[in-house]
Design a protein around this ligand. Structure first.
Ligand SMILES: Cc1cc2nc3c(=O)[nH]c(=O)nc-3n(C[C@H](O)[C@H](O)[C@H](O)COP(=O)(O)OP(=O)(O)OC[C@H]3O[C@@H](n4cnc5c(N)ncnc54)[C@H](O)[C@@H]3O)c2cc1C
Length: 381
């Protein structure tokens, strides 16, 4: 049986970037993937246009037990390195929001470049890894059909969300077998199911400010037929627990209503609020929408304004792994070297990408993590 220098499990963004570094180091490499093609998540990322990096990436844009674990890898292969790589390959891109880069002509260009970069490194598709064990200094990799062996191994098997693309928890099982702890997995960067809002709000989107135990988020919220989604909520799903929504950020709702009571007393309260909120949403907050604003007591206006700027959401659940962009949790980084991505428990065992307990915010941070950690693992395996 041939002994490879390195076997990479997973031909996603992290595995392919690792393979490129190993190719530059002239190592013999084999990539195993259970799917029939490579970089399938990259292909659908960013709505098909791949938000491939974000130049504001720092450890503060990552979540998990130890976000500072990302510092070294982000330094070794930074968002600017990603941007330069994209430029060098002639891929057209656009900065849609400050620091947030997308492909202009589709994610396909990143997918193809990741593959072209690794030249003739062999990828065995439709090859599902079932287990890995170590025999003295060799790793033995069991797939459904054949066994392979290598001196070092990179686990780049991603998370378990978006199962329609074919996912598995083998990376977590292998890590566990070698003594690593797994931070419990849950869906993240996804919509939330709640019963607080009427289904007739579905389709409405508005700019909101959300406060949770971790941070304040200003972004768009979209009402759906089952609850709430959109970027503000995707980002909120990275945290757990109660949060509040301010539907009129940067406005003093109570002052606006009180001033209107004095200056526009004959107007319906719904007309006043309709100047600031989508009409259906304004109606949602009101029990007497067509009453003149002059006929409301200040205490009633206060109650309405409290609801608008401090709407508490306590009872909700995520939409589930099926539609989540990422998996929160994964291999605990406390037993992995942040400088090399090598296991501190088993020499020769490396990790890259989403399989680890590192979750990026919405905005290109997760692919950047896959690239950075993949490069570092590939330089050290
Ligand atoms: C709809 C959607 C949109 C997204 N958009 C963006 C975006 O615009 N920007 C951004 O930064 N992030 C985005 N993400 C997140 C980002 O795509 C992922 O975080 C990133 O691709 C993870 O890369 P990875 O290489 O770690 O894992 P993956 O890309 O998941 O690759 C893991 C690979 O391992 C293989 N594998 C798993 N188990 C086995 C096994 N047992 N045997 C063999 N092979 C196996 C899988 O087939 C897969 O090819 C999006 C995700 C989704 C689902």
């Amino acid at each position: 049986m041939k002994t490879y220098d390195t076997i990479i499990i997973g031909a996603g963004a992290a595995g392919l970037k690792a393979a490129h570094e190993l190719y530059l180091r002239k190592k013999s490499v084999l990539i195993l993937d259970m799917g029939d093609t490579h970089a399938r998540k990259v292909a659908i990322s960013g709505g098909g246009n791949c938000n491939f990096t974000n130049t504001s990436a720092t450890y503060k844009t990552y979540f998990g037990n130890n976000p500072k674990f990302t510092i070294s890898a982000l330094k070794q292969f930074s968002p600017i390195d990603t941007l330069n790589w994209v430029k060098e390959k002639g891929i057209k891109f656009i900065e849609k929001e400050p620091g947030r880069y997308f492909c202009t002509d589709g994610a396909k260009y990143i997918v193809d470049t990741l593959k072209n970069d690794i030249k003739n490194i062999e990828i065995k598709y439709n090859t599902k890894v079932e287990s890995v064990y170590k025999n003295e200094n060799l790793f033995i990799v069991n797939t459904e059909k054949i066994q392979f062996q290598c001196y070092s191994i990179i686990i780049a098997t991603g998370g378990v969300s978006y199962p329609v693309l074919g996912v598995s928890n083998i990376g977590h099982l292998i890590a566990k077998k070698f003594g690593h702890k797994i931070v419990p997995l849950r869906p993240a960067l996804c919509a939330l199911k709640t019963k607080y809002f009427d289904a007739n709000l579905s389709g409405i989107s508005c700019m909101v400010q959300i406060k949770n135990k971790d941070r304040i988020i200003c972004d768009n919220l979209l009402f759906t037929h089952f609850g709430i989604g959109g970027p503000a909520i995707y980002r909120t799903s990275l945290s757990t627990g109660k949060f509040t929504i301010n539907f009129m950020p940067n406005k003093n709702v109570f002052d606006i209503l009180k001033t209107a009571k004095q200056t526009n007393g004959k107007k319906d309260i719904s007309t006043i609020l309709g100047e600031y909120l989508p009409n259906k949403l304004a109606l949602f907050f009101l029990t007497n929408p067509h009453k003149n604003i002059a006929d409301f007591k200040d205490s009633e206006l206060k109650e309405i304004s409290d609801k608008i700027y401090n709407f508490a959401i306590e009872d909700y659940e995520t939409i589930g792994m099926n539609a989540a962009e990422i998996t929160f949790g994964g291999v605990d980084t406390k037993d992995i070297s942040s400088k090399t991505m090598e296991s501190l428990l088993c020499p020769g065992l490396f990790f890259a990408g989403e399989v680890m307990d590192i979750s990026g915010d919405l905005g290109g941070f997760n692919l950047q993590w896959a690239f950075s950690s993949g490069v570092v693992a590939g330089r050290n395996a």
